[in-house]
Structures are given as C-alpha cells and as structure tokens.
Design a protein around this ligand. Structure first.
Ligand SMILES: Cc1cc2nc3c(=O)[nH]c(=O)nc-3n(C[C@H](O)[C@H](O)[C@H](O)COP(=O)(O)OP(=O)(O)OC[C@H]3O[C@@H](n4cnc5c(N)ncnc54)[C@H](O)[C@@H]3O)c2cc1C
Length: 403
C-alpha cells in the first residue's frame, strides 16, 4: 500500500479555532472529518509527533457487526459501510484511500456443546436486528470450511462481512480528508472556562481561543474533562508474528469463545490477542507490555492453539525476531459503550471516548453522530451514547463481550 498523503500539518498554534479536537487517534481524526463535513472548521491538537501513535497503533484493528444490542449493531454496520466505501466517503482517489480492509469473517467458536442453545439464541437475536448474514455452524460445518480447526469445536457463529483493516491508515486518511489543520507535538494542558462555558484551550505552546472543544484523548479523557467521567483504562496486548509459512491466510478472525484467545491472518503472518484478567489502572503512555504475553497466547493450553492446533507446532519454532509485542489501554465504560456528547458541567465541551475495545470499528459512525449532535442535526434525546446516561441508572456491562 502506498503511503497516504499527509494531513495539513501546521507549525504554530492559531490564536483562535472554530472547534478544537484534542487527540489525533482514530476517534479525533474521524471527529474532525465529520465536523468538517457538517460545515465546522476543526483544528486537531495532538501531543505526539504524529497521528495515531497511541492506542490506535496498539490495536488489533478488527471490525465486526456481530453485536447483541441494537445501538451497537447499528453503529458497527454504519462504520463497516463507511470503511467498505472509504475512498468515496472521504472523497479521495481509491489508490490514496486504501485501508487494507479484509472481510474474511469473524468466527466465535466453542468446544462446549452445552453452549449450543445460547449461540443459537444469539444468532436469532442478531438476525432480528437486521444481521441476516450471521450464521450458526455446528462443529462439522465449521471444520468443512476451515479443516485446520480443532475436532473438539462443537458450535460457532460466523459473519463473513466482518474482518479487519489498518486503523492507523484510516485515522491519517480521516485527518487528511477533513482538511483540518493538525498541530502535532502539542499538549493540551487545560480547558479554559468562563463560568460554565469553554473559552479556550491552554497548550504547552500557547493559548487557542475557542467556544467548542471535542475531547478525543482516549484513556486520558478524564485529565481534561474537569468533571468525573465513568471511564477506566484497562491494559490489553497484541502480538504480531511473521510473515512465516504455515498460517492459513484465508482464515477468518478465530475467537475462542470459551477462553477469549483470538487470532487472524496479518500480512503473511498473524495477529494474536487475549484479554487476560487485569485490574483497571490510570492512563499511561507508553503502556508497558508484559514480555511473557507472547508465550502465553501462543503456547498456553487455553491460548490460540486450543482451537487452531497448528499453533502448537508452529509456536515453538518461531524465531524471537519474528514476534512483535505491543500494549495499549482500552478506555472502558460501565456498559462497554462509548461516551459521545456534551459534558454535563461545561457548555461547549464535547466528549468522544470510552469505546471499550471497539474504537476502530465504532468511531467512523460515532464521529458522524458527534458531528450531528454538535450541529443540532440530531436531538440529544435520540443519542444512545449520551455521556450522562449512567446518572439515569443504565445497567453495567450490558453487551458483555469485549473483544
Ligand atoms: C491491544 C488492543 C487491541 C484492540 N483491538 C481492537 C479491535 O480489534 N477493534 C477495535 O475496534 N478496537 C480495538 N481496540 C481499541 C481501539 O484501539 C481504541 O478504541 C481506539 O484506538 C481508541 O482511539 P482513540 O483515538 O480514542 O485513542 P488514541 O489512539 O489513544 O488517541 C488519543 C490521542 O490523544 C492524544 N492525547 C492524549 N492526551 C492529550 C493531550 N492532553 N493533548 C494532546 N493530545 C493528547 C494521544 O497522544 C493520542 O494520540 C484495541 C485496543 C488495544 C489496546
């Protein structure tokens, strides 16, 4: 893939901006794109020397519509449609806007036959929500499609339109297509207020006057919000191996629904991840990675080798130099859904964070929603992701599956 054209980087902070988007990961970049589309003139402020270097860079970059709740299904379907038609949506030439989208499917599989009824119910629920292409597979059908899978698999769900892409490229392209000036290497230190209203952003390179700020700082959002936010950072790892022979490149994303370990093809090798039990922490960057993680996901009896046994022979032979480890932080909310909308205590401050492990797949749609709310095209009452929903007693952990 060719290197995407650069965003419009500016050297100095402007004295004033119509909207300041703080954070240049995929969430901030997509926000800038849809804000510009809605007629606003955003400025992106990013403290790293380049866009998409923090959580977005550590991601597994997978995208799926297989969710259980209507607002999640709607969000992910809209995002997938945006990704599938990325050049046209962004108004860029196809060769400029290649994000490496591979729709090879998501396979959630279990070796426990007692889970068959729950899998069937989930598929029925998803089909009722409009995902007519989600399939319920028994073990034989699963292995007929993917003969290298374990004989113990008893039941699976599959959707061929799910897959993965390069979220860093998508972020850079959103920023580029927004036409927004991008101020790199600049930290926002405080949101300035006069009474209950935003008046500007104080940065380490000077003040930017504005009446509107979008906080898209991922796990760091609580630092600048000026009010408590229902988010907590949670460390997660991903491993990239290869390219090496022996990894079926036509595979879907294979998720062990009993243990959570998962893997997918990646450029002649594979990308692997596993959400291990870990206590939520405070936001940090860089996120220190546990050097024991690659051996865990590759060689533990409950790791990727349980459903895909070829890993058991391949893993011990992998040269250490072929293994790349990264860690980042999910920005968790109590119901695993994002915070999109106005902050409760400061007029002009908008929150866009809390994707809880789904920010690559959710943010294209979430950013469109943010722009529509901010410009009054959508009424606050029609927003299922309002940051204030927890005050109204929303149940925690409703969606349940964080992959
Ligand atoms: C291991 C792992 C696997 C994942 N897998 C998936 C997946 O398969 N699919 C999926 O959809 N999601 C996945 N996610 C989640 C996804 O990566 C995130 O939801 C998404 O990247 C969040 O994007 P963001 O822009 O909010 O955060 P970030 O990418 O962290 O961007 C925030 C930006 O704000 C900047 N910033 C912070 N504070 C300031 C400040 N004060 N001033 C200026 N700039 C500031 C940071 O430097 C950063 O660039 C995964 C995450 C991890 C860690």
């Amino acid at each position: 893939m060719a290197v995407p054209p650069p965003a419009r980087v500016v050297a100095e902070p402007p004295a004033r901006a119509d909207v300041v988007v703080v954070g240049g990961g995929i969430v901030g970049a997509a926000s800038a794109f849809w804000l510009a589309r809605a007629g606003r003139r955003p400025l992106i402020v990013e403290r790293r020397p380049a866009l998409a270097e923090a959580t977005t860079a550590a991601s597994a970059h997978c995208v799926r519509a297989q969710f259980d709740e209507p607002e999640n299904v709607a969000m992910m379907r809209e995002s997938l449609a945006i990704f599938a038609d990325f050049p046209a949506t962004l108004g860029l030439a196809p060769e400029e806007a290649d994000i490496g989208l591979r729709q090879q499917g998501y396979l959630f599989a279990s070796t426990d036959p007692r889970r068959g009824a729950a899998f069937a119910a989930r598929v029925a629920r998803q089909q009722a929500l409009g995902l007519a292409d989600v399939e319920l597979l028994d073990g034989d059908e699963t292995r007929r499609r993917y003969p290298w899978l374990a004989p113990e698999i008893a039941v699976a769900t599959f959707r061929g339109g799910d897959g993965w892409l390069d979220g860093c490229r998508a972020a850079r392209l959103f920023a580029r297509a927004s036409g927004a000036p991008v101020l790199l290497g600049t930290s926002a230190l405080a949101i300035e207020r006069a009474g209950p209203r935003v008046t500007g952003v104080r940065t380490d390179r000077g003040r930017i006057a504005t009446e509107t700020v979008v906080l898209a700082t991922g796990p760091f959002a609580a630092e600048l919000a000026g009010e408590p936010l229902p988010i907590s950072p949670l460390r997660r790892h991903r491993v990239i191996v290869g390219p090496v022979g022996g990894i079926p490149q036509g595979a879907p994303l294979v998720i062990d629904a009993d243990t959570g370990a998962h893997w997918r093809p990646h450029q002649g090798g594979a990308l692997l991840a596993w959400g291990r039990p870990e206590a939520p922490s405070t936001a940090v960057f860089p996120v220190p990675a546990d050097p024991a993680f690659p051996a865990l996901v590759l060689r533990h009896p409950n790791g990727v080798g349980r459903l895909s046994p070829f890993w058991r022979t391949l893993a011990p032979a992998l040269p250490p130099a072929s293994i790349d480890l990264a860690a980042g932080q999910y920005t968790m909310t109590p119901d695993h859904k994002p915070l999109i909308g106005p902050a409760s205590e400061t007029a002009g401050l908008w929150l866009h964070t809390g994707y809880s492990g789904h920010g690559i797949m959710g943010s294209p749609s979430g950013a469109r929603l943010l722009a529509d709310l901010l410009t009054g095209r959508i009424a606050a009452g029609d927003n299922p992701f309002a940051p204030g929903r927890f005050a109204a007693g929303v149940a925690a952990g409703a969606e349940g599956m964080v992959l």
